[in-house]
Every structure is written in structure tokens, then in C-alpha cells.
Design a protein around this ligand. Structure first.
Ligand SMILES: [Zn+2]
Length: 260
């Protein structure tokens, strides 16, 4: 009996050690490392800073990108070397290829912009108004109607693309009536994209109807948003990521009806 007990004690200690090791591995494995490279793709991946998944990140007239935001870019080689978040390249390329297969002629005219590029666009717009005779304050306000301030454009996420067509290259509402515009409105959700600024959600997004501005949200979210007629703000509220008050745009930005 005595001998048997002596033999069991080391065995029991061994089992406890193994269990402890497994438990530690389990706990450590669940601690987020903040290493964005290791994040899995899809709706479940978490953004480092906000808790909102990377593909659902919200940028509005009143909600800037986090200052530490960074993105790994990939180049759309067939489209003037436009750049997007590397994680959406495959879905975007497949969508554009399928459009071409359907006899359409999509043209990506704008995609990722860094802060400096957005600043450059804004300053160009402001300078045009200055040249038209406006004083500095008026020109700034007028430029804000057309170009988002740096830090406040969805294009800075790398998840937004402006798509027009070879035969319709202006960014206007008439694009919605083109075959390319109609195809995108009907089919882009299958590739994880939504028309981000629709006519019936202007009061929520604070941005006028832009049938050319596609935003990647991932297929699950895109399908849910289409089926329930939700814009991104509404979807984030429904999913419990944000409170309704966080999406309310200030009256001034709504009245100015910015475009992206
Ligand atoms: Zn756009």
C-alpha cells in the first residue's frame, strides 16, 4: 500500500502539470496580440483599436479614422495601379472580372487615398473657390461640401472604391442608370460590397446618393444589409457594435451634403 501511494503521487503531479500547461496554452492563445498580420479574414476579425471588425470600420463626416490606423495595401494592376486593402483584393478583382465577363466595362477611378492625398484634394478644391473670389473662410466651407476633410474619408480605409464605366466616367447620379451601375447595385453584395451611400439613407450617412461608391463590408454583412435594407450605420447598431447616438451627424454636415 505504501509503495503504491508513493508511485501515484508523482503520476498525479505529472497529470496536474499537463493540465496546467494545457490551461496556460489555452489562455495565452486567447489573448489578443495586436498583431494585425495574424488576423483572420472575415467578419469575425477584430479591429485593433475599436472592437469593430476591420471590414466594418465606420468613418463618417463626424467620425475620423483612428490616428494609429494603418493598412496593408495591394495593387489593382489592371486598373491604373489603384490600391486597396490587401484583404479585399481578391473579391474586388473577381467582381470586376465577372462584370467584364458579362460584357460590361467597369472603370475604377478612385480607391485608397492616404491622408496627404486627401489633404491635397481638399486644398485643390478650396483653392478653386479662392480663385473664384471667395475669402478663405468661404472657400473652406465650400470645399467641405464636395471633399471630405483628411481623416474623414472612407477612401482612407482602403475599403472603398469608386467604380464608373468606360462610357460614363463622371461621378453623378446618372451612373445608377448605366448597365454597370445597375449591375453593381444588384450584384456587388455577392462579392462583399455595398453601395455605401444610397438615396434613402442620406439622413443617416450625411452623404448624398453615390451609386459609384462601393464599400467592402464582407459577404455576410453585405447580404444582411441588402436583405434588411440597412446602411452600415444601421447594421452596426443592429449588431451591437455602436449606439445610435454615435452615428448622428451634426446638422451642418448634413446640410452641406458632402460627397466622398
Ligand atoms: Zn468614393
Amino acid at each position: 500500500m505504501k509503495r503504491k501511494l508513493k508511485q501515484m503521487r508523482p503520476a498525479a503531479a505529472y497529470v496536474i502539470a499537463i493540465l496546467a500547461f494545457v490551461l496556460i496554452c489555452f489562455v495565452v492563445g486567447r489573448i489578443p496580440t495586436g498583431d494585425s498580420v495574424s488576423q483572420p479574414e472575415g467578419d469575425s476579425a477584430q479591429s485593433d483599436t475599436s472592437g469593430i471588425p476591420w471590414n466594418l470600420i465606420l468613418v463618417t463626416n463626424d467620425l475620423a479614422l483612428p490616428e494609429d490606423f494603418s493598412v496593408q495595401l495591394a495593387t489593382l494592376s489592371d486598373y491604373r495601379n489603384e490600391q486597396v486593402d490587401a484583404r479585399i483584393l481578391q473579391d474586388l478583382t473577381t467582381m470586376l472580372n465577372d462584370m467584364e465577363q458579362a460584357g460590361l466595362e467597369p472603370l475604377v477611378c478612385s480607391s485608397y487615398r492616404d491622408y496627404n492625398r486627401q489633404m491635397q484634394l481638399f486644398n485643390q478644391e478650396r483653392d478653386e473657390f479662392t480663385q473664384q473670389g471667395m475669402d478663405a473662410e468661404e472657400a473652406y466651407a465650400a470645399a467641405m461640401q464636395n471633399i471630405a476633410l483628411p481623416g474623414y474619408s472612407e477612401h482612407e480605409t482602403g475599403l472603398a472604391v469608386d467604380i464608373v464605366s468606360v462610357s460614363h466616367q463622371t461621378l453623378d447620379e446618372a451612373f445608377a442608370e448605366t448597365p454597370e451601375g445597375q449591375w453593381l447595385a444588384a450584384n456587388s453584395v455577392q462579392y462583399g460590397f455595398v453601395v455605401r451611400y444610397t438615396a434613402d439613407k442620406q439622413e443617416i450617412t450625411g452623404i448624398t446618393y453615390e451609386p459609384w461608391h462601393l464599400r467592402y463590408v464582407g459577404r455576410d454583412a453585405a447580404l444582411a444589409m441588402q436583405q434588411q435594407n440597412l446602411c452600415l450605420e444601421e447594421y452596426l447598431i443592429q449588431q451591437g457594435y455602436i449606439q445610435e447616438a454615435e452615428t448622428q451627424t451634426s446638422g451642418s454636415t448634413w446640410e452641406t451634403q458632402q460627397t466622398e
